[in-house]
Design a protein around this ligand. Structure first.
Ligand SMILES: C[S@@+](CC[C@H](N)C(=O)[O-])C[C@H]1O[C@@H](n2cnc3c(N)ncnc32)[C@H](O)[C@@H]1O
Length: 284
């Protein structure tokens, strides 16, 4: 493990939760502003096998595994939830991506739901400014800076909310509470999340309890660990190429951050200690 990564983990472990979040935000700020990965569309582990149309359609064809993960969450999982917003979600007018990063997922949603207004929100100002610039030519898309723990939207604002890889940073409790608040009755919330050393059955119980507390019904909870790990393994050449462009003092840190073979996170997958799952639920 890189010296910087060990240092970050040590410092983070000893901080109170709010400061842990601030440190994580600062790291993401630097990544989105300075790392070669800022030229990508996604900051997620991906889902294998990558599927059409993402394998052929620019700009997703450069990151088809990552676009496929978004597609699983916002399209496949939501198809038969509460009627799926009419035929193929055609009745959904307002859709939100929580923790949208550089805006790749917002574009996947625009492709699937071209009739909808799509909002992306992220706490990170550097990601927001990149996403805004990139997507300013699409009038039905807006990217806002905001914290998922206190979303800058009125109650009952969205027909569908999706999120990839952000809920564990926000904290599941606050994430579900805020998402349920801004979701309209009958609206669909679908998201993916990952943890270390957590059993699927325990997480399923936590999701059930959080749904009950926030007035939403569970539609599906799916273990996607195998697909995510397969995507990480398959994506090694692309990640290596990006890491080779990281300046020397940060290169080892980037290896850890990108879950490359030989790193702690990669080994957690090999040892069966990692869990990724996706949840789809419907507000009562
Ligand atoms: C793993 S990245 C995923 C980015 C994007 N969803 C994707 O898949 O490309 C997690 C994202 O969550 C955002 N995030 C973390 N905490 C947040 C919060 N409290 N409110 C909003 N966004 C947050 C980070 O800034 C980061 O962009």
């Amino acid at each position: 493990m890189s010296f910087l990564y060990v240092l970050k983990r040590r410092i983070q472990r000893n901080l109170p939760k709010p400061l842990q979040r601030k440190l994580q935000e600062a790291i993401y700020f630097a990544l989105y502003r300075l790392s070669p990965a800022r030229h990508q569309n996604f900051f997620n582990s991906g889902f294998s096998p990558a599927e059409a149309p993402w394998t052929e359609l620019a700009p997703f064809d450069r990151e088809p595994l990552q676009a496929t993960l978004y597609d699983k969450v916002l399209w496949e999982l939501t198809r038969d939830a509460a009627g799926g917003g009419g035929a193929d979600g055609a009745d959904w007018a307002d859709i939100l991506d929580i923790g949208c990063g550089l805006g790749g997922g917002v574009q996947v949603a625009h492709h699937r739901f071209p009739q909808a207004r799509i909002t992306g929100v992220d706490v990170n100002s550097s990601a927001v400014s990149v996403g805004r610039k990139r997507l300013r030519h699409i009038p039905s898309i807006r990217i806002l800076q905001g914290n998922a723990r206190d979303l800058p939207f009125a109650d009952n604002s969205f027909d569908m909310i999706f999120s990839v890889g952000a809920a564990s940073y926000v904290g599941m409790d606050a994430f579900m509470q805020e998402a349920a608040r801004v979701l309209r009755p009958g609206g669909v919330l679908s998201f993916s999340v990952g943890y270390t050393d957590k059993a699927f059955s325990d997480q399923r119980g936590i999701v059930d309890a959080l749904c009950e507390k926030n007035g939403v019904d569970v539609h599906k909870v799916v273990d996607i660990t195998e697909n995510v790990f397969a995507a990480i393994a398959e994506d090694v050449p692309r990640r290596r190429e990006l890491i080779n462009r990281v300046p020397w003092p940060f290169r080892d840190y980037a290896l850890d951050w990108a879950d490359m073979p030989g790193t702690m996170r990669y080994q957690e997958y090999v040892d069966g200690r990692r869990l990724d799952y996706a949840v789809c639920c419907v507000k009562r």
